[in-house]
Design a protein around this ligand. Structure first.
Ligand SMILES: [Zn+2]
Length: 321
């Protein structure tokens, strides 16, 4: 099979589409689409110091496809459309046993700590797979594993309640979009900050300096001030990204006198992955698609990523069955 292969740490010059051996796993999935996310770009360009393994390395955290062969699975058969849980977890450590696979002691993210899905085929076992409901297209489903799950878990961590005011900064991104849509589903009044006009399609309101109960900060430092000053008493900020910087100033008095909280969040649990697929399918949640590139054009996709106006997908299989 062909795969996007990173020979050495970082840099497009170390990356090439190459022929590698087909996976021999209990379930082999023919990859149809992969979503391009900041984590993949950081892996490919070597922008962040991750513990990447193995080398040569196949990036790709977020992808969907069709079961191509099964040597051991009671749950899946050839031809099933599937989503792949994007976290690496052993299922045996104390955190996994208490349902926190995203914090597994030997865990990590697919395409970082293990080979990911930027390849024609991906091998795994049934524990990592979920059936894609018929009502969901591959194009919409491909944003669930990273964008959807990260947002869903963050909103659950921060405990958004019906009637609360929620502010999403960077609402046109993969996680931002889901934070807006899922926040509304959870009954929150959602405000957003975004330069993209199409975010208004969600019927959320553009933020006009209202005080809010919860802030979703997926962008890091530049999404900190002045927003943090608009956090209500007992308000919470949840953060899971550092695209615009990782260091911020915290006014401790503002924090404790109003019993405000800063909450970290990463990925999502295995159970939440199952819940979310149901939620997205029942509510027909769509993603905003911008461009689809053949995976061999990955350099072009990465070059244009900064100008994106919706999702950037890589297409692997021409035939989706
Ligand atoms: Zn574990």
């Amino acid at each position: 099979m062909k795969a996007l292969l990173l020979r050495r740490p970082g840099g497009l010059e170390n990356t090439k589409v190459e022929e590698v051996e087909n996976p021999k796993s209990p379930v082999v999935v023919k990859v149809v689409y992969a979503g391009l996310n900041p984590v993949d770009i950081n892996v490919i360009l070597g922008k962040v110091n991750y513990n990447i393994a193995p080398y040569p390395h196949i990036p790709g955290a977020e992808f969907v496809g069709v079961v191509k062969s099964v040597s051991s699975s009671k749950k899946f058969k050839v031809g099933d459309r599937v989503l792949i849980y994007p976290r690496i977890y052993d299922g045996t450590c104390e955190r996994c046993r208490s349902g926190m696979e995203e914090l597994c002691k030997t865990g990590g993210v697919l395409g970082v700590g293990e080979n990911g899905g930027f390849s024609e085929f991906y091998g795994t076992d049934e524990a990592h797979l979920e059936l894609l409901p018929d009502s969901l297209s591959f194009e919409d489903a491909v944003s669930i594993p990273v964008g959807g799950l990260t947002a869903y878990h963050a909103l659950k961590r921060v405990g958004v309640k019906s009637g609360e005011k929620l502010l999403v900064i960077g609402a046109s991104g993969n996680t931002g979009w889901y934070s807006v849509v899922l926040g509304k589903l959870m009954g929150a009044t959602v405000y957003y900050v975004s330069r993209k006009k199409w975010v208004a399609e969600t019927n959320a309101s553009e933020w006009k300096q209202e005080k809010v109960d919860v802030i979703v900060n997926s962008m890091g430092a530049e999404a900190w001030e002045p927003y943090v000053d608009y956090l209500e008493t007992n308000g919470r900020i949840v953060t899971f990204g550092t695209l615009t910087g990782r260091e911020v100033k915290v006014n401790l008095a503002h924090l404790y006198t109003g019993e405000r909280s800063i909450i970290g969040s990463t990925g999502g649990t295995r159970k939440e992955f199952t819940e979310l697929i149901k939620l997205v399918s029942e509510n027909r949640i769509k993603s905003r698609l911008w461009k689809v590139y053949d995976f061999k054009e990955y350099e072009k996709a990465i070059a244009e990523y900064g100008n994106r106006d919706g999702r950037v997908l890589l297409k692997f299989a021409k035939d989706e069955s």
